[in-house]
Design a protein around this ligand. Sequence first.
Ligand code: UD1
Ligand code: CA
Length: 476
Amino acid sequence: MNTYATVVLAAGKGTRMRSTLPKVLHPLVGVPLLAHVLNAIEAIPSTFAFASFAATTHSYHPLVVLGHEASQVENAFGERCLYAIQQEQLGTGHALLSALDTVEKLEPLPQVVLVCYGDTPLVHSEMLARVLVEHLNHQATITFLTAYATLPSDFGRVVRDTAGRVQEIVEVKRATEQQKRIDEVNSGVYCFDSSWLWPSLQSLPRNASGEYYLTDLISIAALQGREIATVTGTLDEAIGINDRVQLAAAEQVLRRRILEQFMYAGVTIIDPATTYIDANVSIGSDTVILPGTMITGKTSIGSFCQIGPASTIDQSMIGDHCIIRNSALEEATLEDGVHVGPFSHCRPGAHLARNVRMGNFAEVKNSYIGAETDMHHFSYLGDATVGEHVNIGAGTITCNYDGVRKNHTDIGDGAFIGSDTMLVAPVKVGESAQTGAGAVVNRDVPPGSLVVGVPARVLRMPQPVDSSTKDGSEKE
Ligand code: UD1
Ligand code: CA
């Protein structure tokens, strides 16, 4: 049985981000940096590269090394990880050593330690698996991931001898001019033989920069004549996020990956350059995304929809055959066949049932709108329950806030709300009732009646139900 533990180094101060938020919590395509790294780690056992080892290899929860912002990160990831604290940020070698106490408590003790950095979110699980497999196959002391960079670059350089054997990784600040011209760089993913790693880390000297560099282990192993293997990946995967310029560069790479996945899965994206879709979004086939559209959070969109142009959709559920034009949705639910926009706003708790037509210039908040209901122009419905087949006339407004409380409005099936009606909540409009244009409704409207005026009064009550045919007696 092979055993490997994964340690993610994330205790650095992230000073170059100039942020109060810990670096690994900065979102990238809507997901914190660290989550990308954890996703890749957790997927190793199911990768293609790892297939022949999967059944005979044991792994553990990833162990994350954190610094002074530990509690924020622990709150975000909970029991998904194990945690270790690096009290003082004395470099990547020191950070890994801070994990030793926790690693020693693992049962069985891991033979191999896979190390990643919390700020390299683009690395694929397939690549991590390749490093691990290479390591297990070679029984190497160290195996690490390299890439070819375009120079200049701030990655550590991989120095090899004339026979191509790795001699050291040299950080840019300590590199000679000649070493700076080396384009093979360190991506920051390593596998170590654990029986060699821990004693070597404990004797790692503090270097001229006053830190303990993990990368200095390479030259130590090389001088001892130990086997050092490398795997070469792409530069995209190696992007490390040290500042917000690199954050934007990574966002661009990931965004392109996400859009391509959708396009291959049958979603038309008219203009990938102006379309932003987060990692946790799902979209059905034959949906078309028009330019200038941003779809974020945990959003799901069905098939045969048309989304955009210029729309933002966050944390929403959208059925099939929906059309959303120039509009904003947040935490909204749209059943099949709903049309929104142009220029409309569904706020949290908006639930539009089948075939609702909303907009232009309409807003719905915390309200259920029944199937086949129309609210076409300049309307606001807040804290309302609206039935089916209702017509909401232009300019209708639920006056839901009395300065203290939010009050509820109920509108029954088949009601007809005249243009410019003010519904002063709490208020109920009965089934099939009508309000006249400009009515200010501050009392409940009986089913089937017509109310008009300010304040609205009943103009016509519904015709009494004719029961004459049943009991035989005539009524006028
Ligand atoms: C590091 C590598 C470099 C490599 C690059 C790849 C070292 C010395 N250099 O450089 O060779 O090309 O990554 O992206 O390793 N950290 C701690 N505690 C510390 C210091 C850092 O936990 O005391 C963590 C950071 O949070 C970060 C990771 O280690 O996630 C890497 O540290 P960083 O300072 O970003 O190293 P780089 O300069 O990017
Ligand atoms: Ca970095």
